[in-house]
Design a protein around this ligand. Structure first.
Ligand code: ADA
Length: 534
């Protein structure tokens, strides 16, 4: 089996719709979004990407790790696939024809439609960029080659792991297995079996030790750690853990979600060095590179399928439900080996106060559990007081904005509203034997506003400090993901309650160009004071 990256320079053309004939008169990099380029900035239309690919002939697999909003794929002018699932892995297996040079073309658009089945809606509070924004690669394989290897840790005290093997077309007679490039063991083929990792080390945020499994030449990296959520506590390797961290969008004004690796690395390292142990990858599946870094630096991740504020007509639409279930299935398959991923999520702030939505929540939970029972499943609810679906998932996750959106007119200092709100939910859920997390909370701050009023750096600082203090003090809460790591592109006129000055969600602790606001420094000091950072 041979895997070749197809990242790099591709021929490019932008058309305003599908009727215009593409003239490939410019270039673009892959990964690369077209609507961040001057001239095409903010435009809706189609990006045509084209390049030559050399193969040895016969069946191949092309992997696209994220394009959107929609995409169609062509090989030598013939359509070989299409996708409506932005931020997802697309695997296309087909006969590439004779050995030699071929043409690969991708047509991807950033049109937003109001069709209920559509996954990316215009009302989402984050910008829908267009383009190929993640890696593309070619895999040339033999029928008996291994297509997918999953390693699920079972016991962090013995080093036992469950291994699942899937081949491309035909199962070989035997499997040659080695851990960490050590001695090879040959066993009869099995699609699932249990092994003990020799001389294993336990993965944790403090000691992010990784192992490698090689089966018939295919290698994957994994970590040995266990999670438990059977009571009100979240346990990592048998010890209670409090998650203190933030939400992060894979976004940058100059790159959209085609964030360069160096930026991803510096973002995640900054989060870790801030003293946070947790990041929620809002609101879509995460890049392979992002998770690889989280594995290596020991940052815990909540990964979720794409969704935002979806309403009953979508949540009961068969097409939307099928798309969302497929997203969940692909997300788990893609990320199963990453020890950093500790929570699976879906459908941020959906209308989960409607009984009619329960079948979908149950379906998504079951889709995830069918593939992985080793991690808890959740969704972030912005209506916890009247939510009727939270009993279906493993963690109670609350998106709440006291001091920003809620009750603010009655109280000049909104930060006094934080603790009473936390106490209210602690009381409401006191008999529910599930961990509880604040999955979003925050306040906007315009960089440089030092008025002390709302929208100032001071107000944001006070609010976030109050939140972190309360979470650390209150036993009922297993953690918090502050909203938001850095300011992120959205739309000015989405009708959001308090607006989005500059076309950004301004609740970042850093600006969109990663300049820290006051809250970033003050929270770091607080985490030192509170002994979170040793
Ligand atoms: C919600 C939503 C976020 C963002 C936030 C806000 O909680 O989940 O994506 O829109 O509100 O800034 O209001």
């Amino acid at each position: 089996m041979k895997t070749t990256s197809l990242n790099g320079i591709w021929e490019f053309c932008f058309t305003k719709d599908y009727t215009e004939t593409p003239l490939f008169n410019s270039m673009i990099t892959v990964p690369g979004c077209f609507d961040v380029m001057p001239g095409k900035f903010g435009k809706r239309g189609c990006g045509h990407y084209r390049r030559k690919v050399f193969t040895n002939g016969g069946k191949i697999m092309l992997t696209f790790d994220g394009c959107g909003v929609h995409a169609a794929f062509y090989w030598d002018g013939v359509q070989i696939g299409k996708t409506v699932l932005a931020y997802n892995r697309e695997e296309l297996i087909f006969d590439s024809g004779d050995a030699g040079e071929h043409e690969l073309m991708v047509v991807t658009d950033n049109f937003l439609s109001q069709e209920p089945s559509e996954q990316f809606k215009s009302f989402y509070d984050f910008y829908a960029f267009g383009g190929i924004y993640s890696d593309v690669y070619l895999t040339e394989f033999e029928p008996e080659d291994i297509r997918h290897l999953a390693v699920i840790p079972l016991d962090h005290t013995t080093g036992e792991v469950k291994i699942q093997v899937e081949c491309f077309e035909k199962n070989p007679e035997t499997l040659k297995i080695a851990f960490d490039n050590g001695a090879e063991e040959e066993i009869p083929f099995a699609s699932e079996f249990v092994k003990k990792v020799p001389a294993f080390k336990v993965w944790s945020p403090e000691t992010p030790a990784l192992h490698t499994l090689t089966v018939n030449g295919k290698s994957v990296s994994f970590g040995i750690r266990t999670l438990n959520w059977s009571g009100k506590r979240l346990l990592l390797n048998g010890k209670e853990i409090k998650l203190i961290g933030c939400n992060r969008h894979e976004s940058h004004p100059e790159f959209g979600p085609a964030t360069p690796e160096n930026l991803i690395l510096t973002d995640l390292t900054a989060i870790k060095e801030q003293g946070f142990n947790f990041v929620r990858g809002s609101h879509y599946p995460q890049k392979e590179f992002t998770l690889e870094i989280c594995d290596r630096i020991g940052l815990l991740v909540w990964e979720e399928a794409l969704g935002w504020g979806n309403h009953e007509p979508e949540l009961t639409d068969p097409g939307f439900c099928d798309n969302e279930a497929e997203q969940c299935r692909r997300m788990v398959r893609k990320s199963i080996n990453h020890p950093s991923v500790i929570i699976w999520g879906f459908l941020n702030e959906a209308e989960t106060n409607k009984e009619s939505v329960r079948p979908l929540i149950k379906r998504l939970r079951d889709t995830i559990r069918e593939q992985d029972q080793s991690r808890p499943v959740t969704f972030a609810s912005n209506r916890p007081a009247k939510d009727c679906c939270m009993d279906l998932v493993d963690i109670l996750s609350l998106n709440i904005y006291p001091g920003w959106y809620d009750q603010i007119d009655c109280d000049p200092d909104g930060t006094t509203l934080i603790r009473p709100e936390f106490e209210k939910f602690a009381e409401q859920f006191k008999d529910v034997s599930k961990p509880m997390i604040v999955s979003e909370i925050g306040a906007a701050a315009i960089y440089g506003d030092h008025s002390g009023y709302r929208w100032s750096e001071e107000y944001q600082t006070d609010l976030l400090k109050t939140v972190v203090n309360a979470i650390l003090d209150m036993d009922r809460y297993s953690g918090v993901a502050l909203w938001l790591f850095c300011d992120a592109n959205t739309y000015v006129g989405t009708g959001h309650y308090l607006g989005r000055p500059r076309g950004f969600n301004n609740k970042g602790m850093l600006t969109e160009h990663r300049k820290p606001k006051m809250s970033w420094y003050k929270l770091h000091e607080l985490l030192i004071e509170r002994g979170v950072i040793q």
